[in-house]
Design a protein around this ligand. Structure first.
Ligand code: HEM
Length: 495
């Protein structure tokens, strides 16, 4: 079927900018994973760095991981979206440059200025450090986040411009004419639908995030400029939750684009697909109060909204994507290699990781579980075995010259090591949560330590497997940059 909405430019090898994003992502991811391992080993009493270092590393790990997930997700989105719309390379590179500036500011704030108020920088903690860090350190941290946020705002504005130039408006890019009218088969491809959703929610979240960061920066130097603490918390959680959720909605584009190339079957944006993305566009913006269910000071209606929407939003995109993947893989004769395996397992990781959040989203459960390691158990599952697996799958796909070659023994070991390591690591968090082990504690009680030790072992396996993926990707970089033909579906003709 050839049609106006689906016609795309042929896929090229990765752009230099995409490779720069991925190399940055690989380096930061590995560094942050090592920090995570050190934190887990501290809790396991295998090493002894002390609480100050623990919280500094926790701050870097939280901010670094969330930021780098955004960068990696943006690389996936940009790489595939430019087949359909005209994106600006300059803006894409500017976002990476601003990200790196922000990273240097955050590193300086934490490593030189001892800032350790966590990536959630809750008001008024940055300005009330009780002598633990200076005003300048807090300003550098929040300024760094602001610079990174500005980069992402520019990127999404450019994506918005390009999508509107091609499809006329967001409603058409989300496939509303086909969703609410007759499905004439001309709905935009999944990549465009997903990118539109991410652009809408992330622009909203980033503007709110930049506003609260600016307000807190002013408050830092002009304390009489007081901020309502509850409003500040709501704004920070809205921004943080939308941003981290958006990373997986960008990364899943790799699944929509690459699995069809392996199975020679199209991924169609049918009515159910379009309905689920539209529903999530709205719900992702109203779900964040499920992080605030313990805050009695929030209005009850907000908490009820968090509870109900938390339940509802768990399913649409996940089910549609999981079902879609099963359908295009079933009896397709797919060739399983590192990329296709990682992309397929990523859907399992996403689904499995959503379940603990679904349980924790129940108010009565939340009151007991939310401040335990159950919550890191939830988000590490969907981010590591979901989001990061999608990114590693994308890297592996880019670096592969010939789809017919088999993976090396080391490659297969890396895949199974990553999968088993992540499951063991996240289950150790979840089990600790079930045992009421508190979250964000540098020092653990003796009875918690056995779980921490098991968790540390699996975490080391995850780091080792990730190192192998990354070395493999870097060694194939030259190849990924080349403009080589792929055994792929040509969008616009085959679809
Ligand atoms: C080898 C991989 C990883 C290890 C060993 C690791 C380890 C840890 C540990 C020990 C904590 C503190 C848990 C607590 O006591 O509350 C933590 C928190 C966190 N991790 Fe990871 N992690 C890994 C990967 C990731 C990834 C891939 C992401 C996101 C893409 C991520 C995002 C976070 C966030 C947002 C926090 C919360 C920080 C906070 O509470 O302020 N981690 N991680």
């Amino acid at each position: 079927m050839t049609n106006h909405n689906y016609a795309s430019k042929p896929e090229h090898g990765a752009d230099f900018g995409v490779l720069a994003y991925l190399v940055t992502a690989a380096a930061v991811l590995l560094l942050m994973m090592s920090f995570g391992l050190l934190m887990r080993m501290e809790q396991a009493q295998i090493i002894n760095m002390g609480p100050m270092w623990f919280y500094q590393l926790m701050t870097l790990h939280g901010a670094g991981m969330v930021g780098i997930a955004g960068i990696a997700g943006a690389a996936v989105m940009w790489h595939f979206l430019r087949q359909y719309v005209d994106l600006s390379k300059g803006i894409f590179v500017a976002n990476l440059a601003l990200f790196l500036v922000g990273v240097v500011m955050i590193l300086a704030s934490v490593l030189l200025g001892n800032f350790h108020g966590a990536w959630t920088f809750l008001y008024p903690m940055p300005s009330k450090s009780m002598g633990m860090w200076s005003q300048e350190a807090a300003a550098l941290f929040m300024g760094g986040l602001l610079v990174i946020g500005v980069g992402f705002v520019l990127l999404h504005l450019d994506v918005a411009r390009a999508i509107v130039a091609r499809y006329g408006n967001f409603a058409r890019a989300l496939g509303w004419p086909q969703l609410f009218g007759k499905d004439d088969g001309n709905a935009p491809p999944p990549t465009v639908v997903a990118s539109t959703m991410v652009t809408i929610v992330n622009l909203t979240g980033l503007v709110v995030g930049a506003s609260i960061l600016t307000m807190m920066l002013v408050n830092l130097y002009v304390p009489s400029f007081a901020i309502d603490a509850l409003l500040a918390k709501g704004m920070i959680y809205f921004f943080g939750h939308v941003f981290i959720n958006a990373t997986i909605y960008m990364a899943v584009i790799a699944v929509y684009e690459i699995l069809p190339r392996y199975t020679q079957r199209p991924w169609k944006a049918n009515k159910i697909f379009l309905a689920s993305w539209t529903a999530s566009t709205l719900m992702v913006m109203f779900i964040f109060p499920h992080h605030l269910l313990m805050d009695f000071a929030f209005p009850t209606w907000m908490l009820v909204m968090g509870h109900v929407i938390g339940y509802l939003n768990t399913f649409p995109i996940l089910v549609v994507t999981g079902y879609g993947a099963l359908m295009i893989v079933y009896r397709s004769g797919i060739r399983w290699d590192m990329a296709s395996r990682l992309l397929f397992v990523s859907l399992f990781g996403w689904a499995a990781g959503a379940m603990p959040a679904f349980i924790d989203g129940t108010i009565t459960v939340n009151l007991v579980m939310h401040n335990t390691l159950w919550v890191p158990g939830h988000f590490h599952t969907y981010l590591l075995l979901g989001m990061v697996a999608m990114v590693f799958g994308f890297m592996s796909y880019l670096g592969k010259r010939d789809q017919q070659t088999d993976d090396s023994l080391l490659g297969r070991a890396a895949f199974w090591g990553f999968t088993a390591g992540t499951l063991g690591f996240t289950l150790s968090f979840l089990y600790s949560g079930k045992e009421s082990v508190a979250r964000r504690y540098a020092a653990h009680l003796p009875e918690w330590v056995p779980y921490d030790r098991i968790g540390s072992l699996f975490a080391a396996l995850v780091v080792a497997a990730s190192l192998l993926f990354i070395i493999r990707f870097l060694s194939r970089l030259g190849r990924a940059g080349r403009d080589f033909p792929r055994a792929s579906l040509a969008h616009g003709t085959a679809l």
